[in-house]
Write a protein that binds this ligand. Structure first.
Ligand code: ARG
Ligand code: ASP
Length: 709
């Protein structure tokens, strides 16, 4: 039997198992889950979720930009996503005169909607199992590199064929289950997407990084866009002649509200999970990778926070940088805690032992041990890579120096050209948000950790020589941040093509470049080779896990790891207990915003208008049965990064919310899902509507929406 059919057969059998709300399911195979969904309350059919014959819910969901989800909420191309997903667009349109981040933005007519260069949205036209085509010509005697070459070649042919007809078609072929299966994803991509509205950050980012990954939550994390198309409704570059896109399907909005236990369904683009990895992979993350990365980021965040607290200017300069550093920092803490609590390493070891016993003498004999061996070899290289990424690569001055150095091009005859215009642009962006004391103190902090924790044989000779010459990291920092020409905007402003030598020998450029050369020569080739070996072994182990669980009657369902393709996750509204003696209820209201409100604390300083509305209880039609305006809710849907902006759908297929986060205690769900703790956090759609209506006073937008009650 071919491998394709084995996977299909296993999946069909596995679908008989019903269990907790874990899983990110492929929409085209949702008929295998629909009975379970219906049992849990869903009232629609598989064809309503995904169909290539009729309009279905998938036609109302888009991949927004490069890593978020959005959904259509009107017949005129109106789209809803998160504030943090539209953040860079909102920021790009902001200036001192029009600070849309701070004050919010509402187009009061179609003419006022703002175009966005580079922003695209993609609709999934269809998806299809193309394993046979992709592996045509495959011979088990092939090396992994040869196989990869073949897969690439065959994928190109499949993509070309699929995108032949129709405007704006874009296709990808994605490996599922470590390359046991390949799927074609055909998208229609629109590139005229205009900003329609965003609440002020004091609503859209309420709670900031303090509340990020936390429950109870009160963030109004949404923004609105409109998709434009040519007169035939096809994708077209921005043009004044374009008209609002007419979707095949858009979500109707339910105002009924949510109750604990209600069925919820998330439709979106989760980015990356690793649910089937070997215990050794988990052990590295839990014991080594995450703890070191967390520690390095704690050092940097302490430095940033201290300086940001001292100066309003620095606070603004580092707000986005701080958010980026702290987002994963907080996530990893929950991940480690969750993996420990779940005893994932131990559980996996036990599974592997039983698997190994079962596998003796068969196709999967030895694969568990093989993976362990590869991890053993990989670990020091992975550690060196993690340190390189979280130390050397975080030095802002060195990054800037290197990107400037790249603007000097030396031709074969020795003549040098220098892109002055690009250099000026880079320099103005860099200096606007750079504060030397933060960068320098961070350099000292992280490089001292580097010195202490990275074994000598995983450090470049350049580093060891320099450190010996300087005598200490401090002295190194002193030289670099005092003598680098890049520390001086004036010197950078007067650079010309004759300065190539000075730029290349600059201490900041040297630091970046020498480490980069070492990484490319000594580390990357080894990790690339080992990861390829790992990939190959995992392909067998993945298939082995499926066969084992099926034949040994281990109750386990399989769903492919997330890879930024469209998925369905279903579950229900539910509170949780993060610690002994504590229980969190599943929804929050405006009352909680008022409890947090504090004009002295940046993250909790709400617009005066919101206070006034609360005082007069002028909620319009947006209050719930208790008279409060609902804000957020949590549920058991299995989501990850990329699911931000995903529609939250009720049992009737109507929109009840907008997914934007998870609770930090449950972020190990990228590796192991705990139904007791893992919760996704969503914005209640009624708070979105309240904000549009009462804060934005853009209630004309409500007229194009359809409400179910
Ligand atoms: N934690 C959410 C996610 O991973 C939201 C991040 C944006 N918000 C923030 N305060 N940094 O994307
Ligand atoms: N906040 C994440 C995102 O932006 C979602 C998550 O990790 O749960 O996609």
């Amino acid at each position: 039997m071919r491998k394709t059919s084995i996977i299909t057969v296993i999946l069909l059998m596995a679908s008989l198992v019903a269990r907790a709300d874990e899983g990110m399911w492929l929409p085209s195979l949702i008929s295998q889950r629909i009975a379970d969904m219906q049992e849990k309350g869903f009232r629609l059919e598989a064809e309503d979720i995904y169909s290539i014959n009729q309009a279905s819910l998938k036609d109302a969901v888009v991949l927004f930009g490069r890593g978020c989800t959005g959904e259509l909420i009107s017949p005129e191309g109106l789209l809803l996503t998160n504030h943090h997903c539209g953040y860079s667009q909102i920021q790009q349109h902001s200036s001192v005169e029009h600070d849309y981040l701070k004050d919010g933005f509402w187009a009061m007519s179609r003419e006022e909607e703002l175009p966005n260069k580079g922003l695209t949205v993609s609709f999934l036209e269809r998806m299809e199992d193309v394993t046979d085509q992709i592996l045509r010509g495959y011979d088990p005697a092939m090396s992994e590199a040869e196989r990869a070459e073949l897969v690439k070649k065959n994928s190109q042919a499949v993509i070309e064929e699929a995108t032949k007809e129709g405007k704006g078609l874009r296709a990808t072929v994605e490996a599922l289950y470590y390359g046991n299966q390949y799927f074609l994803f055909l998208y229609r991509q629109y590139e005229d997407v205009r900003l329609v509205g965003a609440p002020p950050s004091s609503i859209g980012k309420f709670g900031g990084d303090t509340d990020n990954w936390m429950w109870p939550r009160h963030t109004g994390d949404f923004s609105m866009f409109r998709i434009y198309a040519d007169k035939e409704n096809n994708p077209a570059p921005y043009s004044e002649d374009n008209v609002p896109y007419r979707p095949k399907k858009y979500f109707k909005i339910s105002l009924k509200g949510v109750q604990e236990g209600d069925f919820t369904f998330i439709y979106g683009f989760p980015g990356r999970t690793q649910e089937y990895i070997h215990s050794e992979g988990v052990r590295y993350i839990e014991e080594t990778g995450d703890p070191h990365k967390i520690h390095l980021r704690t050092l940097r965040l302490d430095i940033m926070n201290r300086h940001q607290a001292q100066s309003q200017k620095v606070r603004i300069q580092y707000s986005s940088k701080n958010a980026n550093v702290s987002n994963a920092w907080k996530k990893w803490q929950g991940e480690v805690k969750g993996i420990r609590k779940m005893k994932t390493v131990q559980t996996k070891q036990e599974f592997e032992k039983a698997f190994d016993r079962w596998a003796k003498g068969g196709e999967f004999d030895g694969v568990v041990g093989k993976i362990a061996k590869i991890y053993e070899e990989l670990e020091p290289y992975q550690f060196a890579t993690d340190y390189y990424a979280e130390t050397v690569r975080t030095v802002e001055l060195a990054n800037f120096a290197m990107s400037m150095a790249r603007l000097f091009v030396k031709a074969e005859d020795g003549t040098v050209t220098f892109d002055k215009a690009k250099a000026d642009e880079l320099a103005s962006t860099f200096y606007k948000d750079w504060y030397l004391p933060i960068d320098k103190e961070s350099f000292i902090a992280v490089m001292n950790e580097y010195e202490k924790n990275v074994p000598a044989e995983f450090k470049p000779a350049y580093y060891k020589d320099k450190l010996a010459a300087y005598g200490s990291i401090n002295a190194w920092a002193e030289d670099m941040f005092t003598n680098s020409l890049f520390a001086d905007p004036e010197k950078v402003g007067s650079l010309t093509e004759t300065d190539r030598e000075a730029v290349m020998s600059d201490p900041a450029t040297g630091f970046f470049n020498e480490f980069l050369k070492w990484y490319a020569a000594d580390i990357q080739p080894v990790t690339a080779r080992l990861n390829q070996e790992l990939q190959l072994a995992y392909r067998d182990y993945m298939r082995g896990q499926m066969v084992y669980c099926r034949t040994q009657r281990v109750m386990k369902d399989f769903y492919p790891d997330a890879n930024l393709t469209l998925r369905v996750a279903y579950g229900h509204i539910k509170g949780y207990s993060p610690a002994d003696g504590v229980y969190y209820t599943p929804s929050s209201t405006m009352k909680g915003i008022m409890e947090k409100d504090n004009p002295e604390i940046f993250d909790y300083n709400i617009p005066q208008r919101l206070r006034d509305i609360y005082a007069t209880k002028d909620y319009g039609r947006w209050a719930d049965a208790t008279g409060e305006v609902p804000v957020c809710f949590i549920a058991t849907n299995h989501t990850t990064g990329g699911n931000s902006g995903s529609p939250v759908i009720n049992a009737d297929g109507d929109l009840i919310g907008l997914n934007f986060d998870r609770v930090w205690e449950g972020t190990m769900s990228d590796i192991v899902f705990d139904p007791d703790i893992c919760r996704n956090i969503s914005l209640d759609v009624r708070y979105v509507l309240f904000t549009i209506d009462k804060i934005g006073e853009a209630d004309y937008l409500l007229e194009e929406m359809t409400f179910t009650e």
